[in-house]
Ligand binder design. Structure first.
Ligand SMILES: *[C@@H]1O[C@H](CO)[C@@H](O)[C@H](O)[C@H]1NC(C)=O
Ligand SMILES: *[C@@H]1O[C@H](CO)[C@@H](O)[C@H](O)[C@H]1NC(C)=O
Ligand SMILES: *[C@@H]1O[C@H](CO)[C@@H](O)[C@H](O)[C@H]1NC(C)=O
Ligand SMILES: *[C@@H]1O[C@H](CO)[C@@H](O)[C@H](O)[C@H]1NC(C)=O
Ligand SMILES: *[C@@H]1O[C@H](CO)[C@@H](O)[C@H](O)[C@H]1NC(C)=O
Length: 448
């Protein structure tokens, strides 16, 4: 097995996020995300006081909301919210409408609380970049908003154990990245959509009015269902889900070992179709094309393929001015996308085809999500070139931090404390890769 370079590069890039901002010019206050959390806090009843003192808006500085309980930011030093996780906190109230001000939100988890009332019908327009939405174990009622079908990135949707009624919007069948969809224990009626672009793990038991394929009753015959068959429905739903999950786990383990499963997954570059033209009006990263080969869709389930035109635009046609580093693997460019975010785009040298190994590395990286690892956001194959798109880490490169820290008086600034910090952070990243990560990663050489 050859060197797993991409993973190592990610670990090294990891170090760049360790340090506090010094004089980074790109951060500017984003009032919206602060107002978003403030309005959420005001609209919720919080009987156990989880947010009372933890979400303190008295003295907000850049990055301070990132330390709030349940809040992840895109960058630790920028008030731009990536995920909100307020699970199991005894929160009560209606769905917090202020969330629409968190315009860059990708994950929302309000599960196991006492929320009630409807899920706002325009949630899909307001949380456009959502990849994971968990509203399960609450008391939401009313319809499942059809607008969720327009969330192009939605991968996981959990609505089970609520009091939702009406039918599952048929447009859900067109969602292309959905891989987990659970609506068990609601009062839904009508047909289960036919998922034609994705094959999510489905949980829909205990909705007596649902119909569709076995084990559900046929859709023409919507009669009442007895308690017994309810339970049968639940168990068969559960068992199917469990079996699918188990095979997924096995599948993922094979990835790590570069097993045979992988071979089937990967599309050779030469087989890939000509990409459709990108609609310039679409906001990045909404503009993404869907290659209709099934295999590519599987790869995309883990990470997003990004239109080449967007990459070119964001880096001013790969201008030398935007080069932020040249490594063994390729040249790293800084990119600014229309919505104001920065990304780091790596153009790989002598990129071979999207071979088995590279594809495996891309998938592996796409799945590695840890605070000590730079998150791979997407990739792009264009003619002979391969581009990897990462979160942009604003603090420069590790080499400079370790070597160029000499003040004008000739002192070495923060030499040992810095090195200890780096060592600990590397250890955290490696420990996670070895022990916590749910699938296997083989590191063959440490460059640290
Ligand atoms: C806000 O916090 C900053 C740094 O944490 C501090 O310098 C400043 O005095 C604080 N302002 C107020 C009004 O407390
Ligand atoms: C939401 O949070 C709960 C509790 O931490 C967790 O069990 C659940 O998996 C989370 N949902 C998602 C979609 O990650
Ligand atoms: C759920 O909400 C409904 C109103 O929508 C209310 O009548 C009911 O009591 C709530 N149930 C629980 C368990 O909170
Ligand atoms: C479901 O909602 C109805 C009214 O919409 C309410 O009467 C009922 O109590 C709710 N069920 C639960 C379990 O909360
Ligand atoms: C549905 O509700 C039943 C009884 O309240 C519970 O035992 C079961 O775990 C629930 N199913 C899911 C998928 O949450």
């Amino acid at each position: 097995m050859t060197l797993n370079k991409v993973v190592i590069v990610a670990i090294i890039a990891t170090f760049l996020i360790l340090f506090p901002p010094e004089s980074f010019p790109f951060t500017s206050a984003v009032a919206n995300d602060i107002q978003c959390l403030q309005s959420m806090k005001e609209s919720l009843q919080d009987p156990f006081g989880y947010l009372t003192s933890a979400w303190n808006f008295d003295n907000i500085t850049e990055g301070s909301i990132c330390d709030f309980v349940g809040v992840d930011c895109w960058h630790d030093n920028e008030n731009k919210v990536l995920n909100i996780k307020l699970s199991n906190m005894g929160l009560k109230g209606l769905f917090p409408l202020g969330l629409e001000m968190c315009t860059s939100l990708t994950g929302l988890n309000l599960s196991s609380n006492y929320f009630s009332g409807p899920i706002p019908l325009d949630i899909g327009q307001n949380l456009r970049f959502i990849t994971s939405l968990d509203l399960s174990n609450n008391n939401f009622s009313g319809l499942i908003p059809p607008s969720l079908a327009t969330c192009n990135y939605l991968g996981s949707l959990k609505l089970d154990n609520n009091n939702l009624s009406g039918s599952i919007p048929s447009d859900f069948g067109l969602m292309s990245l959905i891989h987990y969809f659970s609506v068990s224990n609601n009062s839904l009626t009508g047909p289960v959509p036919n998922f034609i672009k994705a094959s999510p793990i489905l949980f829909y038991a205990n909705n007596p009015g649902l119909c569709g394929q076995y084990p559900l009753k046929k859709c023409k015959d919507i009669g009442s269902v007895s308690g017994n068959s309810n339970r049968a429905l639940f168990f068969s739903g559960f068992l199917t889900g469990w079996a699918v999950t188990a095979s997924l786990v096995i599948f993922i383990c094979l990835f790590g070992k570069r097993g045979i499963a992988l071979e089937k997954l990967i599309t050779k570059k030469k087989n890939m179709k000509k990409k459709p033209k990108v609609d310039e009006k679409n906001l990045w990263p909404k503009a993404r094309e869907i290659d209709n080969t099934h295999k590519m869709a599987k790869l995309e389930r883990y990470i997003t393929r990004i239109p080449f035109a967007e990459l070119t635009k964001a880096t001013a046609n790969f201008s030398q001015d935007n080069v932020i580093g040249i490594g063994k693997m390729g040249t790293m460019y800084k990119a600014r996308i229309p919505n104001g975010w920065f990304l780091a785009i790596k153009k790989l040298f002598n990129s071979e085809q999207l071979d088995r190994q590279l594809a495996s590395e891309i998938i592996t990286l796409g799945r590695l999500k840890h605070c000590r690892l730079v998150h791979l956001i997407g990739f792009r194959l264009e003619k002979q070139d391969i581009f990897l798109v990462y979160k942009y880490m604003s603090n420069g490169n590790l080499y400079n931090w370790l070597h160029n820290r000499i003040s004008s008086e000739g002192d070495i600034i923060g030499y040992w404390p810095l090195r200890v910090k780096v060592a600990v952070a590397v250890a955290e990243g490696l420990a996670w890769l070895h022990h916590k990560c749910s699938f296997m990663v083989v590191l063959e050489k440490y460059l640290a």
